[in-house]
Design a protein around this ligand. Structure first.
Ligand code: ADP
Length: 247
């Protein structure tokens, strides 16, 4: 097995005359938590969009597992095992919590091309849905309307829907944004638990959480990488301090 699950090299993205990403490289190891941090406007979301296929880069190459996905559409990346949870909620608010996850599980079965004689039974799907809900800590809310969940629980549900695809890499865009302290703690534990089965790439502004859970941190500023390494190294990097404090 290659050391890295995802390897992006020389990624460049332009918006007209504006160079939002200037040839940035990033490698995410298997079963690791890799954080992407940097001041607003650094290019974190643009890089996420390039990696997940929302907006392919103008330059560079992205390899995921054995696949060159530089120009692959988002749905093919999902089939290869890449999942993304968005900053804006992406749920069906009128459906129950369990139904939201069930749709995501069924979407995976469809992608896997189940044929009738070996189609999963309703019972198997229900068990899988319940297992996901337990894992994300909202098993007891299975019958609730998704739209009635707290903000924190909705974000967990989105992670659950991404897990239904059985990804090798899950990309989380500010998973802790807008959460109270209890939800932050719960979601942090959930993210740490994901590492047993997959790699996690996350954009997150909560620095104490990023420093405590990440295996590796990439720091961006003005479309370029300014530092990278384990938390203790990044925390003490003078370029990082300057980027954040402007001094
Ligand atoms: P971050 O996620 O780190 O806050 P972004 O990736 O959102 O940064 O933005 C990086 C830079 O690219 C910013 O200067 C932003 O204004 C610019 N940008 C992002 N999206 C677009 C777009 N669709 N058109 C033009 N400029 C954009």
């Amino acid at each position: 097995m290659a050391e890295y699950l995802l390897e992006a090299s020389g990624i460049g993205v332009r918006f007209g005359d504006f160079q939002a990403l200037a040839g940035i490289s990033l490698a995410v190891a298997h079963r690791s938590i890799h954080a992407l941090i940097g001041p607003n406007g650094a290019g974190k979301t643009t890089l996420f969009n390039a990696l997940t296929g929302v907006r392919p880069p103008n330059a560079g190459r992205i390899v995921f597992g054995r696949h060159d996905i530089t120009r692959a559409p988002a749905h093919r990346r999902v089939r290869y095992g890449m999942a993304r949870s968005f900053q804006v909620t992406n749920l069906y608010p009128a459906l129950s919590v369990a139904e939201n996850v069930r749709l995501a599980v069924q979407a995976r079965h469809e992608r896997e091309g189940w044929v009738f004689w070996r189609a999963p039974q309703r019972r198997d799907i229900a068990d899988e849905v319940q297992a996901i809900l337990e894992r994300i800590g909202i098993g007891e809310r299975a019958g609730a309307r998704a739209g009635d969940l707290s903000h924190g629980a909705q974000r967990s549900l989105e992670i659950g829907m991404a897990l239904a695809g059985r990804p090798q890499l899950i990309c989380l865009d500010e998973p802790l944004a807008g959460m109270g302290i209890d939800d932050v703690h719960r979601t942090k534990e959930l993210i740490v638990g994901l590492r047993d089965a997959m790699a996690v790439l996350l954009i997150e502004h909560n620095m104490s959480v990023v420093l405590s859970i990440s295996d590796r941190i990439t720091v961006m500023a003005q479309g370029a990488k300014i530092a990278e390494g384990p938390p203790e190294r990044v925390r003490n990097d003078p370029a990082v301090r300057t980027a954040y404090l402007g001094s």
